[in-house]
Design a protein around this ligand. Structure first.
Ligand SMILES: *Cc1c(COP(=O)(O)O)cnc(C)c1O
Length: 248
């Protein structure tokens, strides 16, 4: 859903604009949670601030948001020191293995683990246990990260070799579509993939089964559908900050 009448303007990031958008997003989340078909418990709202000023992120923090998403290591390194240190940081972008050392132990949840080199470096660079999600490539998008959902068990076998990494669930991003209902089948695919992974882990790595519950899915255009299909984490940028001046 597009926010009607939204333009890039002087007051895009005013306190009032930030508060109003946050209120709208929270209302939409609550409504979706109340009516959802799948899932239980709270839905964590991750505010995705890429390209937006640190002051706008601070406004959301002041209004109670504690979870923020980082997409690029360098941008996060620039912004994080200027924001309060009780923020829960989610690394949601594509991760190059040579950058893993910067986020190991520094972010709270890495959403984009999809291969050996990244897992290995995260494991090696972490002192503390690190929570991660395995990224699934929904709809076979060649330019996007993630493994196909039928390759998850192989990825799990690999990550299971790394004692510091705790797999907490799955992340996925459907191909862009105007109509959020088009994405329902992908969210369903991710939910079912998590169910299969839980069974597999229960059998093969029973001590890793606890806490394997998260489904990070749903963005500005489709988070209500994602919540209906069982999302536990939604990653929302545009609906909170307004449009980005450039996109990735
Ligand atoms: C940018 C981004 C988002 C937020 O996108 P919006 O459509 O602006 O809500 C969520 N997840 C990932 C991985 C992103 O890169």
């Amino acid at each position: 859903m597009r926010i009607s009448g939204e333009h890039v303007s002087e007051d895009q990031y005013s306190k009032e604009s930030m508060q109003r958008r946050l209120r709208d997003v929270r209302t939409r989340i609550e409504r979706a949670v109340d009516h959802r078909e799948h899932g239980e418990g709270e839905v964590e709202l991750v505010a995705v601030g890429k390209t937006h000023p640190v002051e706008a992120m601070q406004q959301l923090y002041n209004a109670g948001v504690r979870s923020f998403g980082a997409s690029y290591v360098q941008e996060w390194q620039r912004k994080a020191p200027r924001l309060p240190d009780d923020i829960r940081w989610h690394f949601i972008g594509r991760l190059q293995s040579n950058k893993a050392k910067y986020i190991a132990d520094e972010v709270d949840l890495v959403h984009s683990v999809d291969r050996k080199s990244v897992s290995k470096r995260l494991n090696r660079r972490s002192e503390e246990p690190m929570d991660v999600l395995l990224q699934v490539n929904l709809g076979d998008q060649p330019t996007k990260g993630g493994v196909k959902s039928d390759k998850l068990e192989g990825l799990m076998d690999l990550v299971a070799n790394y004692p510091k990494l705790r797999v907490r669930g799955l992340m996925g991003m459907p191909p862009y579509s105007e109509d959020p209902e088009d994405n329902r089948k992908y969210f369903r695919e991710l939910r079912r993939a998590l169910g299969r992974l839980q069974d597999y882990v229960e059998q093969k790595y029973p001590d890793r089964r606890e806490g394997l519950e998260e489904l990070s899915m749903g963005m500005t255009n489709d988070f209500e559908v994602a919540i209906d299909e069982g999302a536990t984490i939604v990653r929302v940028g545009t609906a909170l900050f307004g449009p980005r001046s450039y996109d990735d």
